[in-house]
Design a protein around this ligand. Structure first.
Ligand code: SF4
Ligand code: SF4
Ligand code: SF4
Length: 192
């Protein structure tokens, strides 16, 4: 089997980062296709057109969309019902493109320019106050490129935040160790 170019595959994936394919984002699905782990028919967002493009790139035959992964639906974006939102931020954590703005315990809104229609916020919302609204136009290659960039930036920011949190934890635990050591010395000195 010829070696497949992961980035060429990723370039034709829609980049909504919806995870319906069963992988953590489009690039992971592209890797799975390239390694032969996954078929080319698992992306509902790309639909039949996407399968044709993947077939051209990979040389794999065209097969019908695997509808157990979901249906192909027209481009939609999320809308938050302000009256029911409790500002819990679960949608913010779920969003792959940082499209939801707001702060803790306050209303959250969707930045339409960043929303990919992935539905992950709607799934995460405990108040059922997010709905998907049809946009009335197709999802374009430009939209996909914009979403890929936003997703990458979000992942870099998350990794940095995670690294800082781990550093803080390490610093705190070494301070605790030092404190415990000093206390044990004091105890020992008292008992002598
Ligand atoms: S758009 Fe969704 S289903 Fe399609 S490859 Fe990307 S993450 Fe997977
Ligand atoms: S998950 Fe729902 S309730 Fe929580 S902040 Fe988002 S929209 Fe509001
Ligand atoms: S706002 Fe919701 S639907 Fe839009 S990209 Fe973020 S998680 Fe997906």
């Amino acid at each position: 089997m010829k070696e497949l170019d992961i980035y060429a595959i990723d370039a034709v994936l829609p980049q909504t980062q919806c995870e319906q394919c069963g992988f953590k984002g489009c690039l992971e699905y592209a890797k799975a296709i390239a390694s032969g782990e996954a078929n080319i028919n698992r992306c509902p967002a790309g639909g039949e057109v996407g399968i044709e493009q993947l077939s051209q790139i990979t040389g794999f035959p065209i097969i019908p969309l695997d509808e157990t992964r979901g249906e192909h639906v027209p481009f939609e974006i999320a809308v938050i019902d302000a009256k029911r939102c409790i500002g819990c931020k679960l949608c913010v954590r779920a969003c792959p493109t940082e499209a939801i703005v707001g702060c803790g315990k306050h209303l959250h809104q969707v930045d339409e320019d960043r929303c990919t229609g992935c539905c992950l916020c709607m799934i995460a919302c405990p108040m059922d106050c997010i709905e998907m609204k049809r946009v009335g136009r197709d999802w374009t290659k430009e939209d996909a490129d914009h979403a890929r960039k936003n997703y990458k930036i979000r992942n870099i920011r998350r990794a940095k935040r995670q690294e800082k949190a781990e550093q803080r934890l390490q610093e705190r635990s070494s301070q605790i160790d030092k404190k415990a050591f000093l206390l044990s010395l004091m105890k020992k000195a008292k008992s002598e």
